[in-house]
Design a protein around this ligand. Structure first.
Ligand code: CDP
Length: 320
């Protein structure tokens, strides 16, 4: 009889915990953020075991030298060993140390590119953060109400040029549009993962060339080639399996190291919202598709879990 009682109690406990888990999932997107979530030392410790922003964020003069051959992070078709030679010119571009060295911020907004931002009116809330991260040189002009304008750290995969600035190499009006976008970065950080794929080299060179030729005050950082592997190792050392590190997951890791509070906006990789409204993959442009190399729904599950555990605040509802 006791054994039966124990079995009954255990099954009830399992049922209740499943119910709680489900109700969390349902209520999550409805929940209004009432309490302030702070990155706990436990999460920061886990991230920093694999990713040290002081040396893994930006290649610097201390860790690179002229004549050095740096292997690209990814293998390339038809090229046996893709390397980048650190020329004197490339070396001069590097900062002495990461521009975020020793920096710490109370509140940060990490802005992803999902179409969930359209109509959100989250612009003022995003701009109220102490430090704002954005991904892949996104469009801002025309979307200010929903995405804000403040940008302290903007990433730019080299592939942004052919995708969002088609004809950039020859077309004058496209070049002017790109230059205008670079001017909007001001004297803040533009982070280029230029050592991930050798195929992005001409695009990265073009972007850096345009910034230098026009004497723009942008602080360029080049992501070391080992960084993607480090972020992948971070997720391997967790319950989440998001495949290859996306821009968003790299920025989450960085924010976990340098921010007390992380607010994430524009992280929603699904085609519909909970009211059945169609959601574009990007809030701007003609709707670039999700990359097969990432597992965005797993990333979303991970951000939801971290939200529930109060390691970050995931905003997917309109702001007021
Ligand atoms: O460089 P990548 O292709 O990863 O990024 P992107 O498409 O420019 O978007 C920047 C980041 O926003 C992604 O890495 C995702 O983390 C996030 N994102 C999302 O969660 N949902 C979307 N619909 C689009 C992007």
């Amino acid at each position: 009889l006791m054994a039966l009682g124990l079995l009954f109690a255990t099954s009830m406990a399992i049922l209740i915990s499943i119910k709680i888990e489900r109700s969390h999932q349902v209520s999550f997107r409805k929940a209004r953020i009432t309490s302030i979530s702070t990155v706990s030392p436990q999460y920061r410790k886990w991230v920093m075991k694999h990713f040290n922003p002081d040396k893994d964020l930006a290649l610097d003069k201390f860790h690179a030298w002229p004549g050095q051959r740096i292997k690209y992070a990814l293998k390339a078709k038809r090229i046996k060993r893709p390397y980048q030679n650190i020329t004197q010119q490339f070396y001069r571009l590097l900062p002495k140390s990461s521009p975020l060295l020793g920096k710490h911020f109370k509140s940060c907004a990490v802005v992803g590119n999902s179409g969930i931002l359209l109509g959100s009116r989250c612009g003022p809330q995003i701009d109220s953060a102490d430090f704002v991260f954005r991904c892949n040189l996104p469009a801002i002009e025309g979307f200010e109400k929903d995405v804000g304008t403040k940008s302290n750290f903007t990433t730019m995969n080299p592939s942004v040029l052919p995708h969002d600035y088609e004809g950039y190499a020859t077309n004058r009006s496209v070049q002017e549009r790109l230059l205008k976008r670079f001017r909007a970065v001001g004297n803040q950080i533009l982070h280029i993962p230029a050592l991930v794929s050798v195929h992005g080299r001409p695009q990265a060179d073009f972007a850096v060339g345009m910034i230098r030729k026009n004497h723009l005050p942008i602080k360029i950082t080049i992501q070391p080639s080992e960084t993607t592997d480090k972020i992948d190792a971070l997720w391997e050392d967790s319950e989440f399996k998001p495949k290859r590190a996306s821009t968003g997951s790299i920025l989450f890791a960085l924010a976990a190291c340098v921010c007390d509070q992380i607010h994430m906006y524009g992280f929603y990789p699904f085609a519909e919202d909970d009211k059945g409204r169609k959601i574009m993959y990007h809030y701007y442009g003609s709707g670039r598709k999700m990359r097969a190399s990432h597992n965005m729904s797993e990333e979303q599950r991970m951000y939801q879990k971290l939200h529930q555990r109060k390691a970050l605040v995931l905003h997917t509802e309109p702001c007021r």
